[in-house]
Write a protein that binds this ligand. Structure first.
Ligand code: F6P
Length: 360
């Protein structure tokens, strides 16, 4: 019988998920293996199992297609995260059912493509006897052990383009434009796109801000004859001594659904400076679209490397970019803590050298 492996995508959708599926299926086929796709995240492994065979001859087009042909979920019967950094043990009966179905499908290993939540679930499945290999996905770029996650570059490219498109508007109307970016508790998208897009103010969760500092920067620009200002704010940014701005509801189980800070910041800037200020929330647009060349290549390398790990029977591990190579690290290390922007690191130092105000 042919060696058969499984693959699933979990958590929020992200540019490049299909590119990883493409690479895994093709690299597996090269070894004469079959690949089965598990549908709708981990829940597809529960009875009645939801699967579809993935034929390597039908992978054309997946390299650049957004979303995931397997579907995904960040809620359901598998829940491994309840909040920022907190993990919850999955019901052993659920894990046992998944293991039983995994065995019945005749799978040798399961490739889990996901962020910290899905990789945490994967780790518990590994503990329950399912040979797992992880692939780090998230636009938030907040996973330890890899220099970058796939999807981040595409999200940043889009966010930078959004700043470019909004600047002429701000300039024409002498307005303050406050652009809100995703990233949850990490400010990678805001920091990278803010600096690449030439924003004057960049607010990230790692550096609490004050309105005095923001308004001083706006005043400096006015004094220089620049009557518009581009402000980038990460959804998880907080005022000094303040908390997260949330949308009331909850996101993934137990997690606050962040969002809405741009409106709060724009209103306060208008009140304090008298300038017309407008919020613009990029939202889910950051998770869609065609993956960039960088992400497609990274996804292809991650997929090929995941198959090498299975061939070498190196389970419980995650592929990771450690330039110039794709390395692998224990999944445990990757999900142990969130990787956030170092406030003293080169990105922030570079921003400061350009005169960017981080609100501190
Ligand atoms: O983790 C990716 C992400 O897009 C975050 O940047 C954002 O806070 C969150 O997911 C939104 O999740 P949901 O799909 O539950 O709204």
């Amino acid at each position: 019988m042919k060696t058969r492996i499984g693959i699933l995508t979990g958590g929020g959708d992200c540019p490049g998920l299909n590119a990883v599926i493409y690479a895994v299926v093709k690299a597996a086929a090269k070894r004469g293996w079959e690949t089965i796709g598990v549908l709708g995240g981990f829940d597809g492994l529960l009875s009645p199992v939801q699967i579809r065979p993935l034929d390597y001859r039908e992978m054309d087009g997946l390299l650049y297609l957004g979303g995931t042909v397997l579907g995904t979920a960040n809620r359901g019967r598998f829940t491994a995260k309840v909040g920022h950094g907190e993990k919850r043990a999955i019901d052993p009966a659920i894990l046992a059912e998944a293991k039983k179905n995994f065995d019945a499908l005749g799978l040798r290993a399961l490739v889990v493509v996901g962020g910290d939540g899905s990789l945490s679930i994967g780790l518990q499945c590994y503990g329950a006897g399912i040979p797992i290999v992880g692939v780090p996905k998230t636009i938030d770029n907040d996973i330890e052990g890899t220099v970058v996650t796939f999807g981040f570059d595409t999200a940043v490219s889009f966010a930078t383009e959004a700043i470019d498109r909004l600047r002429p508007h701000a300039q024409s109307h002498n307005r303050v434009l406050v652009v809100e970016m995703m990233g949850r508790y990490a400010g990678w998208i805001a920091a990278h796109s803010g600096i690449a897009g030439g924003a004057s103010v960049v607010l990230i969760p790692e550096i609490p801000f004050s309105y005095e500092s923001i308004c001083q920067k706006i005043a400096e620009r006015e004094a220089e004859g620049k009557h518009f200002t581009m402000v980038v704010v990460a959804e998880g940014a907080c005022e000094k001594g303040g908390g997260y701005v949330t949308q009331g509801g909850t996101g993934a189980p137990g997690e606050a659904r962040l969002g809405g800070i741009a409106a709060v910041v724009a209103a306060e800037i208008a009140k304090r400076t008298g300038k017309e200020s407008r919020p613009c929330v990029l939202g889910y647009l950051q998770r869609g679209g065609v993956p960039t060349t960088f992400d497609r290549l990274l996804c292809t390398r991650f997929g090929a490397s995941a198959i090498r790990l299975i061939a070498d029977e190196k389970y419980g591990r995650m592929v990771a970019l450690q330039p110039p190579d794709i390395a692998d690290v224990p999944i445990e290390l990757a999900v142990g803590k969130l990787r956030t922007v170092p406030p003293e690191g080169d990105i922030i130092r570079t921003g400061r050298a350009m005169g960017v105000c981080f609100g501190d």
